[in-house]
Design a protein around this ligand. Sequence first.
Ligand code: BDR
Ligand code: CA
Length: 304
Amino acid sequence: MKTPIIIDTDPGHDDALAIMFAVKSGIFDIKAITTVAGNSTIENTTRNARYILKLLNREDIPVYSGSAKPLVRELIKAVVHGESGLEGIDPKNESNLTNDAVDKIIKIVKENKDITLVTLGPLTNIARAIEKDKEAMKRVKQIVIMGGAIKVPGNKNRVAEFNIFVDPDAANIVFNFPIKKFLVPLDACNNVQLQLEDFEKLKGTNLFEPIVAMMKPYIQNIFKDEGIKAALMYDPLTVYYLFNPSVCNVKEYDIKIETKGELTRGMTVAELRNSQKDYNISVIETINGESFKKDFINTLRKYH
Ligand code: BDR
Ligand code: CA
């Protein structure tokens, strides 16, 4: 049986690749894609999600737009994805905002057993759904979250990863909510780096041209912003954990979110001392990069 999932996302170059990977893998029953402001505005992230589904010829998958800004703060957009969120292809289609992601998440979770939530952006929509209907959200089987920096520096400030930094208040609600949680942090993602040559292997597929057009500015922007000359695969790796958990190392952690600090806004504060721990989340500490690359490229090459 296919795994029923909702993908909550803010595309974003790596979100776009993650959606492609999830769709092409054929192992998921994607009930909906819900969008959130993060890498870019809600208009842009929703437009981009629709564009990617069109490329995949899967416009039958519903897209529901959600939060235009974090729970209590102003939106701080990302740098590496450009103004449109998908620099390099800059989609021009309609966004068709529906403004009902939170209600749709609750509805899908109520109507289906064992939903897995895969979150690739700030956790605003999920936190709102929890606030609105706790009992319904307790039915969620598990949530797999791209976010956090446990033992490595942040990518947004010294200690925080972008998705958690943008809406720490939402992350705090989700981290405290009693459902099974998995976290794919920067620790697992930083070492998995793809180059343009890796995407050359997609030649002959209809995804080749748009992916190369997107990856060129993505790689340049990451180089300018972070000094790494590669395409980082945060969001595809998060989907990959569900695809092939056997190449991932997972450890239980007790993690709290910094919602007040000035220098530490959005820090995923792990209890690393030898004290009594109150485990609340399973952290994917490492993912085998070679397995990922092979499976990722082979999956994107597939025709369905
Ligand atoms: C996360 O932030 C976004 O820019 C990416 O899409 C990813 O979800 C990485 O920190
Ligand atoms: Ca993202």
